[in-house]
Design a protein around this ligand. Structure first.
Ligand code: DC
Length: 234
């Protein structure tokens, strides 16, 4: 079957990666979580003292950027890829609040975006990919055959994220998580370089009142329709 490119964008904690992962596995496609790449660069910035009291030393980070080697490696037991930064598995650290608090500020830096977007474009050259992020349908793969833009209310997203963090043993309050979700929405949507925008040809998918099973079934159904249409047009 002819493979397509699937771009899933949307606000933070809308469950993009859960759906993208499931969809990739159902279609036997590659899954790429681009948020993990921005998070890994943020961890790199923290570890190399490029962030002091929340202030970013952009020039220092830009100079050091070539030293940040990112790689996704498949974890066969889990069935999906994990993020490695300079040969270390950083999956757990990049999901912490310490990284979440700084990541939107790191993502506005054009040099960071240029490095990551170029890697992402290479990963998608052969199609058969589900990529999630903020600018996938607009910048990384403007020609993707299927684009989804996920939304949900900030309260719902914060409460989902809060439960996830607590289950991983993080000590956070719901208010702190909600504040972080709102701040990231603001920075992601208002930055100059590739702001979070719904691509004109993306379908908007509000999952505020939808469980995972229903979301997956609907998106899977739409995807199969798109693949079928591509086949007919080929
Ligand atoms: O999807 P996430 O919450 O893990 O993403 C973390 C941050 O990375 C998010 O606040 C914005 C940034 N990001 C981005 O700017 N562009 C992307 N393609 C993916 C993520």
């Amino acid at each position: 079957m002819r493979k397509i490119t699937i771009a899933i964008d949307g606000y933070s904690s809308t469950g993009k990666s859960t759906i993208a992962k499931e969809l990739a596995s159902a279609l036997n496609y590659i899954y790429v979580d681009t948020g993990a790449m921005y998070r890994a660069i943020t961890l790199f910035a923290l570890e190399n003292n490029c962030i002091t009291n929340g202030i970013i030393d952009q020039n220092k980070l830009i100079d050091l950027l070539p030293k940040a080697k990112l790689k996704f490696r498949l974890n066969k037991e889990l069935g999906y890829s994990e993020m490695f930064l300079n040969r270390n598995n950083v999956e757990k650290e990049i999901r912490s609040m310490r990284v979440s608090k700084q990541v939107s500020k790191i993502s506005v830096i054009p040099e960071v975006r240029a490095k990551l977007v170029s890697m992402q474009k290479k990963m998608g050259k052969k199609k058969g990919i589900v990529m999630d992020g903020r600018d996938i349908g607009t910048v990384v793969f403007p020609d993707a055959e299927f684009k989804i833009f996920m939304t949900a209310s900030p309260d719902i997203r914060a409460s989902r994220r809060y439960k996830e963090l607590i289950s991983k043993g993080e000590k956070v309050t719901y208010e702190e998580v909600l504040k972080n979700v709102r701040e990231r929405d603001y920075i992601d949507s208002n930055r100059l370089s590739s702001p979070l925008l719904k691509a004109e040809d993306a379908i908007e998918f509000d999952n505020s009142d939808m469980g995972l099973k229903e979301q997956f079934e609907r998106i899977h159904y739409y995807t199969l329709q798109v693949i079928e249409k591509q086949k007919k047009n080929a």
